[in-house]
Write a protein that binds this ligand. Structure first.
Ligand SMILES: [Ca+2]
Length: 354
């Protein structure tokens, strides 16, 4: 045999062994990895003969193939020893730890047990979590892939992935009826209205940085990641930030201070009234704010003042009415002439709470 053929034979003899070694997979020392494995073994991060470590969080997703083919990963534990109640191997029926949990194993619970993926993807995910002390030999599991149970029906395919798998388009002349009895005759599109209002949310609704508006435009309501709500602004600077006018039909309660940059309108109103003071008479007229308003200030005095009559009139009092100081302005005057004088009283009122 020539040197060349001896080398080729050696390579061919070694190839199956190399393949066998490639079909064993240890879980990562830390973090999450994925592999495609349908024939072989997997073990904890310490390998088939070593112990796993302390404080380990290790995740391994085992896929039957790159794309779903109806095959499902099946694991059988041929060795299993974890620290009882402190170290755990959790098995998920899908490609990550959000998938349904098939088992959470500790101690020697997994030994000789078999677990099979049931989902469309056929993937099983293993999650090993260990505490800060006492590590054991861990586990070894044989891996193979099975064909999904034969109760699926295929049209145009011999490997149906679901109860009914049509390899092609489906034409339903009268629409599709759903478990709630509703008949859907048209697909939802981005433009046609649908009955979104009939839906009840069973989880939080994420706007993902988009506006909530009537016409789908960039206006209306926007909510940031801190829960701040903007109306007319994409960057709310407070829990509620309104970029524009606001109108409150009911009461508005503030437990903090109010800062007003513009004018504050609280129903400011001036009330004016004239009175005639007959000659040689005293008079104490008053004016009052309308109901619901309070007195801010006021004043009054002689109206028909001339150069000759100024000393025939005395203003004796000019202030809030002693009997109704929050609503009424009052003056007291004396007319010492023999002719009438006219007095005028103002009061300024506003709608203020007591
Ligand atoms: Ca431990």
């Amino acid at each position: 045999m020539s040197y060349f053929y001896r080398c080729l034979l050696l390579i061919l003899l070694l190839l199956p062994a190399a393949r066998l070694r490639a079909q064993h997979m240890d879980m990562p020392a830390a973090g999450a990895v994925a592999t495609i494995l349908c024939s072989g073994t997997v073990a904890d991060p310490g390998g088939p003969s070593g112990n796993y470590g302390d404080n380990v969080t290790s995740q391994l997703a085992i896929y039957p193939s790159l794309n779903p083919t109806g095959r499902r990963v099946q694991l059988t534990f041929t060795a299993f020893q974890l620290e009882q109640n402190y170290d755990f191997l959790t098995i998920y029926d899908g490609p990550n730890t959000s998938a349904p949990q098939l088992a959470r194993l500790t101690g020697s619970q997994g030994l000789n047990q078999t677990f099979t993926a049931t989902s469309f993807s056929g993937v099983l995910t293993l999650l090993l979590t260990t505490d800060p002390s006492y590590s054991y030999s861990g586990f070894v599991a044989s891996v193979n892939c099975i064909t999904a149970p034969g109760d699926n029906v295929g049209i145009g395919t011999t490997a149906p992935l679901e109860k009914l798998h049509v390899a092609g388009a489906v034409y339903a002349q009268e629409g599709f009826r759903f478990p709630d009895g509703s008949l859907q005759t048209t697909a939802a599109t981005t433009t046609a209205p649908d009955n979104l209002g009939n839906h009840t949310a069973s989880q939080n609704l994420g706007l993902n940085g988009n506006w909530l508006s009537n016409n789908g435009g960039s206006q209306g309501l926007r909510i940031d990641n801190n829960g701040n709500v903007g109306i007319g602004t994409a960057t709310p600077a407070a829990r509620l930030d309104v970029n524009g006018d606001a109108r409150v039909g009911g009461n508005l309660s503030l437990t903090g201070n109010a800062t007003v940059g513009g004018a504050l309108a609280v129903g400011l109103e001036q009330v004016t009234q004239d009175f005639t003071v007959p000659g040689f008479n005293l008079l104490a007229p008053s004016v009052s704010c309308p109901a619901g308003k309070r007195l801010l200030g006021g004043g009054g005095g002689m109206l028909n003042l001339t150069a000759s009559n100024y000393n025939t009139f005395s203003l004796l009092y000019n202030g809030p009415d002693e009997n109704a100081p929050v609503s009424t302005w009052k003056i007291k005057v004396a007319n010492t002439s023999n002719s009438n004088h006219t007095v005028r009283i103002y009061c300024i009122c506003a709608r203020l709470a007591p």
